[in-house]
Design a protein around this ligand. Structure first.
Ligand SMILES: [Zn+2]
Length: 247
C-alpha cells in the first residue's frame, strides 16, 4: 500500500484525463529530467501516463499499483521542453519505441538517429515535446515479433512483406492516447517532426496541426537503405531530396 504521506506528496502531480467511451488516462508529472544531449545537459519536464479503468481517482490508481505488473508492459512517456502551454511555436515528435535502434544503436533502421535529432531540434527551437510511444515496437507488432520479421527480411522480404507474412497489418500504430495527453498539455497548434503522413493525418483530424511539418531523414547507410526506400515506396512516407538520392 502507498503510505498516506506518499499520497499527499504525489497527488498534485497526478491528473485523470477522461473521454467518453474510453478508458481514463492517469498522467503523472512533470518530473525534472536532466538529459545529456551532445555536449550539454538539457533539463526536460517528463510526464508518464497509464491507461486505467474509467472513473478511477488518482488515489485508486496509487492503491492499485502493488497489484499490477507494470514492468511487464512498458509505459509511454513524453519529454517536454520550454514553456509548452504558452509558446506559439512548438515542435512535436511522436517517436515509436525502437529497442534495437534507440537503445542498441542498430543501423537497420533510422530510429536512433531520429530520436536524438528530434531532441536537438526541439531544444534549438526552444519549445516542444518528444512523445516516446511504448506500444509501437516494430510498427505495433512487438519486439519478439520484430525479431521474426528481421529474420524474414534477411531472406529477402521487405518490411511490409515481412509484417504481412507474420499475419499483421503493415502498420497498426495508434496515436490517440498521445494526442489526448498532448491536448492536456497544450491547446495551441503544433508542428510535427515526421516523414509519415499517417502521423500528420492523426493530428490533423484533431485540428492540432500548424500548416507545415518538418521532415527528418538522415543517417542513411548500406544497412538501412532498403528499409528507408520501402518507407517511401510502400508506406507513403514523404521523401526528401536526400532520400531520392539514395532510392
Ligand atoms: Zn527502428
Amino acid at each position: 500500500m502507498v503510505t498516506n504521506e506518499a499520497k499527499s506528496l504525489l497527488l498534485n502531480k497526478m491528473k485523470m484525463i477522461q473521454k467518453a467511451d474510453q478508458q481514463d488516462i492517469c498522467l503523472v508529472g512533470p518530473v525534472r529530467l536532466p538529459v545529456q544531449l551532445d555536449d550539454q545537459i538539457v533539463t526536460f519536464n517528463w510526464y508518464t501516463w497509464l491507461k486505467v479503468e474509467r472513473e478511477m481517482s488518482p488515489v485508486d490508481v496509487l492503491d492499485s499499483l502493488s497489484q499490477t505488473t507494470l514492468a511487464e508492459m512498458q509505459q509511454s512517456s513524453v519529454l517536454v521542453y520550454g514553456e509548452f502551454d504558452t509558446e506559439d511555436e512548438a515542435l512535436i515528435r511522436m517517436h515509436s519505441i525502437c529497442h534495437t535502434g534507440d537503445i542498441f544503436g542498430s543501423k537497420r533502421c533510422d530510429c536512433g538517429f531520429q530520436l536524438r535529432e528530434s531532441m536537438r531540434m526541439i531544444v534549438s527551437n526552444g519549445c516542444g515535446a518528444l512523445f516516446y510511444l511504448a506500444n509501437h515496437e516494430g510498427r505495433g507488432i512487438g519486439l519478439f515479433t520484430k525479431s521474426l520479421a528481421y529474420i524474414l527480411q534477411e531472406e529477402g522480404l521487405d518490411t511490409v512483406e515481412a509484417n504481412h507474412a507474420l499475419g499483421f497489418e503493415d502498420d497498426s500504430r495508434n496515436y490517440e492516447d498521445a494526442i489526448r495527453v498532448l491536448t492536456e498539455l497544450r491547446a495551441k497548434p503544433v508542428t510535427l517532426i515526421t516523414n509519415n503522413p499517417k502521423k500528420l493525418a492523426a493530428l490533423q483530424k484533431h485540428g492540432l496541426l500548424s500548416d507545415t511539418h518538418i521532415p527528418l531523414w538522415g543517417d542513411v547507410s548500406d544497412y538501412n537503405k532498403n528499409y528507408l526506400a520501402t518507407k517511401v515506396e510502400k508506406s507513403g512516407h514523404i521523401p526528401s531530396d536526400e532520400k531520392i538520392a539514395i532510392g
